[in-house]
Write a protein that binds this ligand. Structure first.
Ligand SMILES: NC(=O)c1ccc[n+]([C@@H]2O[C@H](COP(=O)([O-])OP(=O)(O)OC[C@H]3O[C@@H](n4cnc5c(N)ncnc54)[C@H](O)[C@@H]3O)[C@@H](O)[C@H]2O)c1
Length: 362
């Protein structure tokens, strides 16, 4: 889409799935909808297109695969200054410097800094937490709980002290349990702690549907609820291609196969990589959530959110559709689920409730 700016320059917005503007290009005139837009002079940036001092700050904890990918996407989205924090200072500093140097190539400028000092995240509006061990082949996400709960406790204390007004986007696995744990550690209101899972799981389903139908990813909208694990709940009834439910486009065996592959989507990648887990799509998904918060976009996205009665569930973090804005989770959407769908969602939540008690003592 081409738009003329208030200063007479113009720009083209390119969209990616999920439908958000990722790349903003400025340049000479182009034909758009049959109309030629002639720029008055050299490309100029308007406010909001560059990162300048004093702007929005986003912190990413964990400079590993997911954290670095998230920071890199955030940089290209020009949302604000980025602080990358890792327990290994040099690792965070090195990645931040590398990304900063990429700014000239990819047309972003502003501050991307690496640190191991929580004082540097002060003032962050959003803190994306990716610190923690990833899965190795043969492991379930729940196998990570022992190691990662301690890391989340440590990180939560740092956030509570230095970014007490932030919205936390959790990524560390096992996701729904670590999101719950982070809320308890920080004592933040539950709406300011939210987990990334559903955007990724839905994107995986989207991709498999698009492959099966032979259409663009962009035209598919999938909905996956429940926990970020084997109990996740893909919802074919709420998965559409150009507005058409896939139940009208694919037979039930194909849909079942897609749902199954979606639920095992992370494991498929872990097996292929042989070391570590997926990070391009997960890091991008976390960046989309951070964007929705700092820009108060109120995107409607499936996220791990704290339930207090919705879907018949209480005191649990689980994947449901929410709107995400500057206050974090601003609204939880209650879908009109069929009995079997609701049972699956409740079954998933009850599995995690058991794990919270058994493994974390809640
Ligand atoms: N929610 C999701 O959809 C999703 C998807 C993929 C991965 N994950 C999870 O995200 C986490 C990170 O995965 P990854 O592939 O980036 O792993 P990684 O090993 O590449 O990176 C983890 C980083 O965390 C850092 N770290 C460890 N302890 C820390 C601490 N106390 N403070 C600060 N930093 C610390 C490590 O030094 C490392 O750089 C894992 O738990 C993984 O399972 C979640």
């Amino acid at each position: 889409m081409a738009q003329t700016q208030s200063d007479g320059t113009w720009c083209i917005f390119d969209t990616i799935t999920p439908s958000s503007s990722l790349i903003m290009q400025f340049g000479k005139g182009t034909i758009c909808s049959g109309e030629y837009l002639e720029p008055p002079g050299p490309p100029q940036f308007t406010q909001g297109d560059t990162m300048v001092e004093g702007k929005t700050k986003i912190a990413v904890i964990g400079a590993g695969n997911v954290g670095a990918t998230c920071a890199f996407v955030l940089a290209q989205k020009k949302l604000g200054d980025i602080v990358l924090l890792d327990i290994f200072e040099g690792f965070a500093k090195g990645k931040a410097l590398d990304m900063s140097q990429g700014g000239q190539i990819l047309n972003y400028d502003g501050s991307i800094t690496g640190t191991s000092d929580y004082a540097d995240i002060a003032g962050a509006e959003v803190v994306v937490v990716t610190s923690g061990f990833p899965r190795q082949p043969g492991m379930s996400r729940e196998d990570l709980i022992g190691k990662n709960a301690d890391i989340v406790s440590q990180v939560g204390a740092g956030i509570r002290e230095h970014a007490p007004d932030s919205v936390i986007v959790m990524v560390t696995n096992p996701l729904d349990l670590m999101t719950y744990h982070m809320q308890k550690v920080t004592g933040f209101p539950p709406h300011r702690v939210v987990g990334q899972a559903g955007i990724l799981d839905s994107a995986r389903m989207t991709h498999f549907v698009a492959q099966e139908i032979g259409c663009s990813n962009e035209d598919v909208q999938a909905m996956v609820l429940g926990g970020h694990g084997d109990t996740m709940v893909p919802l074919p009834r709420y998965t559409t291609v150009g507005g058409i439910p896939i139940t009208q486009l694919l037979d039930s065996d194909t849909i079942d196969a897609i749902s199954k592959r979606t639920a095992g989507g992370g494991g498929e990648i872990v097996k292929l990589l042989e070391r570590g887990s997926a990070f391009y799509a997960p890091g991008s998904a976390a960046a989309i959530m951070a964007e929705s918060v700092v820009k108060d976009r109120k995107r409607l996205l499936p996220c791990s959110a704290y339930l207090s009665g919705q879907y018949g569930l209480d005191d649990i973090y689980i994947g449901v559709p929410v709107t995400l804005g500057k206050n974090g989770v601003e609204n939880i959407i209650e879908l009109n689920l069929e009995d079997s769908e609701l049972e699956s969602l409740q079954g998933s939540a009850n599995f995690y409730k058991g794990q919270l008690t058994e493994l974390l003592g809640y």
